[in-house]
Design a protein around this ligand. Structure first.
Ligand code: R5P
Length: 295
């Protein structure tokens, strides 16, 4: 028998996946103590062979990770044999190497923690660098929500849109969308100062007159990367400028920054619930789980 558990912040996605897989869903009791520590309680003891725990880890990445570890550790104590973990937004994925001498490789530590606690399978969506999951000791898989975003963009009836990758890391995503929309794509070169975090985007001579553009990235955090490209696209004559991403962190005044730079529409998934969410990753997670787990 398999049960699905949605962690705090992932209850909607968790119960949707349970319905799609026709599996029982366990409603976790959760609260936060005055000092901000999390309290979790399973309504009853369970000892299924297999559980699927869904916990997206934003906002408050560290807190969400701790809650996930509490859930997994308790399930192991209850006697569950296989821990299948779905982290739609995997935090710390951008720090996947030592960019400067002495830096911690946070991504690797997250993998070690999940392995040590007993996770057997990790499923995530559009991991920042899929390659980095190879350092994780349990089976770890990233599935892509980009085709889902592309289908939504198709329905927007954009005018001869050019799909833009704001940096080299997003080229694959831009190519996937342009092949689904049967349209052109291009990419920009970005430089991020590793100390100040400031982002600079190299200009390109392009003409977008009479065209719409879509800027696609795996995530939008402060909106700086998208804003830089949007300003260039606007100067090049673009009509509508759509910002699309899988993970919408939208930190601080990210929306305002992007709107000021000319962004007309924002399209995201629900890996992190937000007001611009247009597509749900529930169906692709359920499909992937069908492949990896014996029901
Ligand atoms: C980095 O390479 C990522 O793919 C995104 O481009 C980046 O995290 C976006 O951050 P921000 O919105 O703060 O520019």
């Amino acid at each position: 028998m398999v049960v699905v558990i949605g962690g705090p912040y992932s209850e909607k996605l968790g119960s949707d996946i349970a319905i799609r897989l026709n599996l029982p869903y366990i409603n976790l009791e959760s609260k936060v103590f005055p000092d901000d520590e999390s309290y979790l309680r399973f309504p009853e003891k369970f000892s299924e062979d297999n559980i699927i725990v869904i916990q997206s880890c934003f906002p408050k990445q560290d807190k969400r990770l701790m809650e996930l570890l509490f859930m997994l550790d308790t399930a192991k104590e209850f006697g569950v044999k296989n821990l299948n973990v779905v982290i739609p937004y995997l935090p710390y994925a951008r720090q996947d190497k030592r960019f400067r001498e002495g830096e911690v490789i946070s991504n690797k530590t997250i993998g070690n923690l999940l392995h040590t606690i007993g996770a057997d399978l990790l499923l995530t969506i559009d991991a920042h660098q899929e390659e980095s999951l190879k350092t994780f000791k349990m089976r770890s898989v990233s599935i892509s929500a980009i085709p889902l975003l592309a289908e939504h963009l198709k329905d927007m009836m954009l005018s001869d849109p050019c799909i833009i990758a704001p940096d080299k890391g997003a080229i694959n995503h831009a190519e996937t969308i342009s092949s689904i929309l049967k349209t052109n794509c291009t990419f920009f070169e970005k430089h991020r100062d590793r100390i100040t975090g400031k982002v600079e985007t190299r200009k390109k001579e392009l003409s977008f007159h009479g065209k719409d553009v879509v800027i696609i990235d795996d995530m939008i955090s402060t909106g700086g990367t998208i804003a830089n490209v949007s300003k260039i696209a606007k100067d090049c004559g673009a009509e509508k400028i759509v910002a699309a991403c899988t993970h919408a962190l939208l930190v601080g005044n990210a929306e305002e920054k992007m709107r000021d730079a000319g962004i007309t529409d924002i399209v995201t998934t629900d890996t992190i619930p937000n007001q611009f969410c247009k597509v749900s990753v529930g169906p692709i997670i359920a499909d992937a789980l069908r492949k990896f787990i014996e029901f």
